[in-house]
Each structure stands twice: as structure tokens, then as C-alpha cells.
Design a protein around this ligand. Sequence first.
Ligand code: NAD
Length: 259
Amino acid sequence: MALDRVAVITGSAQGLGKGIAEKLCGQGYKVVISDINEEVLNETLEEFKGKDYEVSALVADVTKQEEHESLVRHAVEKYGKLDVYINNAGVEGEVEQIEKINSKNVDFVFDVNVKGVLYGIQAAAKQLKKQGQGGTIINASSIAGHEGFDFLATYSASKFAVRGLTQVASKELAKDKITVNAYCPGIAATGMWDRLDEKFMDVLGTKKGEALEQFASTISLGRTQEPQDVANLVAFLASEDASYITGQAILTDGGIVYR
Ligand code: NAD
């Protein structure tokens, strides 16, 4: 099914970003997948090409402003324009008591989760304004962007910051018909949660798998999240049906955080 829409997704070699990419490809979008992990990115590219998706890939590090510009340039050169820019890449950083947090960890998490989103908004806004037809920017926040979670101070602060950036960008870009929203996943068993589960072992004294199990037991709908669950929300936010929604940070968590 041909659809004249072009999307760029950061951190999309695996996990939730890959799920979002697959959903949009399936809807007929032309998609640029991107990641810092070249090997997994190439594997995903091959997998998607095998499914006849209209897709291309570019290695990019979201902490580098110029690499967002390269991503936008790549989309325009390849597909003629940009419609949707999804700032998905994120890192969890340390799991640690607040008084022991290390400043290098703060820099690492904020460089990816906050500056990475800001630079993506900037590069996308520049191109969308130039095109003059509006467009949409969608950012990854989290349940931890609505409520602070124990031992995740830096991560929570970074995801609250994404909501701040989303609101400001949505106000400033509204006159150009550019909408800016955030998605706030709950607990998905991606690589991020594999690492979180291990990191929680030290602070909670849990065994392998136990921290994930404890967190998962708080989900009203009784199951952890699949990438598809997140992709369904993001695909809606990317669609024309969401054109009157802007500045929002929408939870998709099966019922953990109630707002
Ligand atoms: P993941 O770790 O499974 O995948 C993240 C991808 O981002 C990886 O492929 C990684 O290589 C890439 N990446 C990391 N640093 C990068 C950088 N500097 N530049 C480009 N790419 C980079 O994580 P995920 O679970 O798929 O999470 C995706 C997003 O959703 C993140 O922003 C995360 O904070 C958010 N989120 C995830 C969960 C969850 O339960 N998994 C919950 C809430 C929010």
C-alpha cells in the first residue's frame, strides 16, 4: 500500500523503535531507521527489506546535533521530504540511590535522553518549516516522566525533561502546523529492561528476573508491554487523525501510572 509519508526514527535497530518502524512500514510509510549500533541496524534493515518495506538506514548518534541533520538530509535525498520525526533513542543509565549518583552518569543520560531529543526537534523543525506543509515530531518519554521511580532519579529527571521540551516545542511550532507529542511507555521487556533487571539486583537484592516480575505485578492489565502496544500509539500520533493533538505526553502502560 503506497502512502506518501516519510518518517525518521532514532534508536530503531531494536526494541520499541524497531516495533514503531515496523508498524509504520506496514502502513506504507517510507521509513529511515537509525541507530548507533551499526551491526543490529544492518540486521534490521535486511529483515525489513525481506518484507518488501520501503526502508533505508543510517547510523547516527543522537547526542550529536549534526547527525540529526544528516538523518533529515538522508530522508529528503532518499524520499523527497520529511513528515514525521520520532526521537525514540534513550538510555536507562545507572540504577542507584540518589545520594550516590555519579555525575558522569547524569551527563550520559542527559546527553542521550534530553539533548538527543532537543537536537532531533531542532533538525526536524528546520526541515518541516522549510517544506511549509506542517508535520509532526514525536518524543519518547516514559511512565518515569510522569512519576519519579526509586533508584531511577537521573532517568526520571530526563524523561520529565522530555515532557518539558515537548510542551515548549509544541507551542513554538504550532503556527507552522507542526505538532509535537510524547509517548510514555510502561514496562516492555526490551534490551533496556534486561539491563534494568540486572542493575536492580544490586540495590534491591533481587535475583535475575525478579525486579522485572515485581514491576510487572503493578500493571493493571496483567502483562508487560509489547513493542506493538507502543507502536499503536505512536502510529496514531503520527497520523492525520491526531492532527488536533499537540503538546501531550500520553501514557501507554497497561495501567501503572494514572493521570
Ligand atoms: P533499547 O535499549 O531496547 O533500544 C534502544 C535503542 O537505542 C538501541 O538500539 C540503542 O543502540 C539505541 N541508542 C542508544 N543510544 C543511542 C544514541 N546515542 N544514538 C542513537 N541510538 C542510540 O530501549 P527500548 O526499550 O526500545 O526504549 C526505547 C525508548 O523508549 C527509550 O527512549 C526508552 O527510554 C523509552 N522507554 C522504554 C521503556 C521500556 O519498558 N522498555 C519504558 C518507558 C520508556
